[in-house]
Write a protein that binds this ligand. Structure first.
Ligand SMILES: Cc1cc2nc3c(=O)[nH]c(=O)nc-3n(C[C@H](O)[C@H](O)[C@H](O)COP(=O)(O)O)c2cc1C
Length: 190
C-alpha cells in the first residue's frame, strides 16, 4: 500500500433525502479499509446533459464533479435500479463524466470503478442495474472491477434508525468489496 491513502470518490444516483443508496454510500465511507479514503460527490446541482449547454460552457457544478473524479484513484458508483435498468440520475452523471470535448475531458478513461446497489424490496439486489452500469462505462474506457459488486435487498431493514448499516452480511459484503477495490486500483495502476 502506498504511503498516501487511495482516494476514492463516490456518488449515489438518487436525489431523494432518505435515499437508501446514499445511506449505503455513507456506510461505505465509514467501512473503508485502512489506506482508503472515500469522499461523496455533490450531485444536486448537476443539470440534465444538454449539448447546447455544453457548447456555450460547461456548468461549474459539472466541472467540479469531473475534476474530482479526474483527481481520484477510483470511482464508486452506488445506484438504485429503476424498471430493471439505470435511473436517469445515474446515467446522466456517467454521460457528463464521459464527455471528451470539455475540460477535463473523459474522466472515466482508465478509471477503476466499483459498483454497489440497494433495492427497496425484498427480492431484487439491483443485479440488472449493476450489470448495465458496467456495460455503459466500458465504452468511455472505465475499468470496472470484474466481480464482487455489492447488491443488497431489503431496503431500510439493513439500517438502524441513525442510518448505520447493521446487517452483518451486508457489512461484510461492503468491507469485502472495498478491500477488493483497493487491490483492483493497485493492479490497474501498476
Ligand atoms: C421508477 C421506479 C422504478 C423502480 N424499479 C425497480 C426495479 O426495477 N428493481 C428494484 O429492485 N426496485 C425498483 N424500484 C424500487 C427501488 O428499489 C426503491 O424505490 C429504492 O428505494 C430507490 O433507491 P433510493 O432509496 O436510493 O432512492 C423502483 C422505484 C422507482 C421509483
Amino acid at each position: 500500500m502506498a504511503n498516501n491513502p487511495l482516494k476514492v470518490v463516490a456518488f449515489a444516483g438518487s436525489l431523494r433525502k432518505q435515499s437508501l443508496n446514499r445511506m449505503l454510500l455513507q456506510s461505505a465511507i465509514s467501512l473503508a479499509p485502512d489506506g482508503m479514503v472515500i469522499e461523496e460527490l455533490d450531485i444536486h446541482d448537476i443539470p440534465l446533459f444538454n449539448g447546447d449547454v455544453e457548447s456555450v460552457g460547461t456548468p461549474q457544478s459539472v466541472t467540479d464533479f469531473k475534476e474530482s473524479i479526474a483527481a481520484a484513484d477510483g470511482l464508486l458508483i452506488v445506484t438504485p435500479e429503476y424498471n430493471w435498468g439505470i435511473p436517469a440520475v445515474t446515467k446522466n452523471l456517467i454521460d457528463w463524466a464521459s464527455r471528451r470535448n470539455t475540460a477535463p475531458g473523459n474522466v472515466l478513461l482508465n478509471k477503476p470503478v466499483s459498483i454497489m446497489a440497494i433495492a427497496g424490496g425484498t427480492r431484487g439486489t439491483g443485479a440488472l442495474v449493476r450489470s448495465q452500469v458496467r456495460d455503459v462505462i466500458v465504452f468511455p474506457s472505465a475499468i470496472p472491477m470484474p466481480s464482487g459488486d455489492v447488491g443488497l435487498s431489503g431496503g431500510l431493514s439493513n439500517f438502524d434508525d441513525e442510518g448505520n448499516l447493521v446487517n452483518e452480511v451486508a457489512r461484510t459484503q461492503v468491507e469485502q468489496n472495498l478491500a477488493a477495490f483497493a487491490d483492483w486500483i493497485q493492479r490497474v495502476s501498476s
